[in-house]
Ligand binder design. Structure first.
Ligand code: NI
Length: 176
């Protein structure tokens, strides 16, 4: 069927693949390849049942993230979908710590200290500057995805011993 060709789901890279620990580069020009990358990221996020994905997780070291954080359990897919290019936290308020998972670190949950509310600045896919303001799960997800762009993963918030256990376990499962 024709629409299959437009769907591009790729593999999500798993820790300890070294690509996940490198900082990503800012996007200088939003050309068709960036829009293609965003489409692939969205399809891959949904196929993996994630609420967010960063470009390095599919092996592209560019500062691009996608998110679709539901408001509740029955949250409709696509309702809160957003793509952000060169996102950065420009304001943070409060503190929160919840157990976070990551498509690149399967079966692991880590409590990560985050801002409770954030304002994130970035570009949309048309190159317009946008500001996203959010609290709760959206704020946490934004900070989590931006961490990926800086080569930072949830395991980096664990003690060295615990991180090593996760690293060895996942290396056995996924190689890398
Ligand atoms: Ni993640």
């Amino acid at each position: 069927m024709w629409y299959i060709e437009t769907m591009k789901v790729v593999e999500v890279i798993k820790y300890p693949n070294p690509l996940l620990t490198r900082p990503s580069l800012p996007v200088r020009e939003i050309d068709p390849s960036i829009n293609e990358l965003i489409d692939t990221m969205i399809e891959t996020m949904y196929a993996s049942k994630g609420i967010g994905l960063a470009a390095p997780q599919i092996g592209r070291l560019l500062r691009v993230i996608v998110l679709d954080v539901p408001e509740d359990e029955e949250g409709e897919q696509g309702k809160n979908l957003m793509a952000l290019i060169n996102p950065e936290v420009v304001e943070g308020r409060g503190k929160v710590e919840i157990e976070e998972g990551c498509l690149s670190v399967p079966e692991v949950k880590v409590k990560v200290p985050r801002y409770e509310e954030v304002v994130v600045k970035g570009l949309d896919r048309e190159g317009r500057e946008i500001f996203v303001e959010g609290g709760g799960l959206l704020a946490v997800a934004l900070q989590h995805e931006i961490d990926h762009l800086n080569g930072r993963l949830i395991v980096d918030y664990l003690s060295r011993i615990k991180k090593d256990i996760v690293r060895r376990k996942l290396k056995k499962l996924y190689g890398g």
